[in-house]
Design a protein around this ligand. Structure first.
Ligand code: ASP
Length: 320
């Protein structure tokens, strides 16, 4: 059994002709964050510490839709969310509606470790952040000119109106707003198994650009955007409403458990057979050190490495 790690910077309609000045900083960030995670695993850090460390680094990078780079709500405000889960103990913590917390992933870990609860949101989560003394900053720090522009573009773009009062049909999901509003900014996540066999998953996001104030996506919902047990750790990205409906992260674990499929087979089954095209990507590792990063969107910013020397950094072609 060896260690394995994977991380993502979001899946969506990432244009294949993305200009190098937009692509390269993201690829460099993926490489940098992968190196940090690999070093931590090599120095025997627990998988939970590794995923938190890597996601903090991704949150601090404005090229991704989490922490500093979080996209804005339809009111021009920021509402960040995050989730962390420890596979072997099934302990987990989640936060939503954060407006001042610099590293939401670390607050989710504090919810897991310092409260009897799993999920804190909005004012209560902010108050808990103050009480725990985590680093906070005026929310104007997150409202960057780039994200104001992204919101403007999202508002200007013609959107297909969905009548949510109608029964959900499969192809409605094709009509959901693009993840990250087509801005090529993505949610971040990391999954890892250390060489003691500890599995952990972490995901952090600003959500969807132009989302309704108060909207909660898949990221902080255990079993949707984030899940880990003693078989695997999974972090999903894409259109949150579709990911919630299809309980994506938990389904990977369930298919492994109940159908006896391998990590790769289970992940491919969920991404290819269960969720309509254009909606989801995920990263996953198994207790035995397998790694997989399938997606059914145009692309997914992603990177992985395993103890036996395999490593991959990619955006578009699904090489598995
Ligand atoms: N899944 C996220 C959400 O819907 C968005 C993303 O993955 O980029 O909030």
């Amino acid at each position: 059994m060896g260690w394995a790690i994977a991380l993502h910077g979001g899946a969506g309609d990432i244009p294949v002709n993305m200009p190098p000045e937009r692509r390269q900083p993201r690829e460099a960030a993926l490489r940098h964050c992968l190196d940090i995670g690999v070093d931590a695993l090599k120095s025997q850090k627990h998988a939970l510490d590794v995923v938190e460390l890597v996601v903090r680094e991704l949150e601090n990078n404005p090229n991704f839709n989490a922490g500093k780079g979080s996209v804005l709500t339809n009111a021009g405000t920021v509402e960040m969310e995050a989730c962390i889960m420890d596979g072997n103990t099934k302990r987990c913590g989640a936060v939503s509606g954060l407006t001042t917390v610099i590293n939401p992933i670390s607050l989710s870990r504090l919810v897991m470790e310092k409260t009897p609860h799993i999920y804190l949101a909005f004012d209560g989560a902010e108050a808990f952040a103050r009480e725990q003394g985590v680093e906070t900053i005026n929310s104007s720090h997150f409202i960057t000119p780039e994200n104001i522009e992204r919101l403007k573009q999202a508002k200007e773009a013609k959107r297909v109106q969905i009548d949510y009062s109608q029964p959900i049909q499969k192809d409605v999901e094709k009509e959901l707003p693009a993840a990250s509003g087509g801005s090529q900014l993505g949610t971040v996540g990391c999954v890892a198994v250390d060489n003691q066999g500890n599995l952990a998953a972490a995901t952090s996001t600003g959500g969807l650009v132009n989302k309704m104030v108060g909207r909660i996506g898949d990221t902080p919902i255990i079993g949707s955007g984030t899940y880990a047990n003693n078989l695997c750790a999974v972090s999903a990205t894409g259109k949150g409403e579709a990911i919630i409906r299809h309980t994506v992260a938990r389904d990977v674990a369930a298919v492994m458990e109940f159908k006896g499929l391998s990590l790769k087979e289970a992940s491919a089954y969920v991404v290819e057979e269960c969720v309509p095209r254009g909606n989801v990507g995920l990263i996953a590792v198994s207790a035995s050190g397998e790694v997989t990063m399938p997606f059914n969107t145009t692309g997914m910013f992603r990177a992985c490495a395993t103890e036996d020397g395999y490593s991959q950094i990619g955006i578009w072609t699904s090489v598995e």
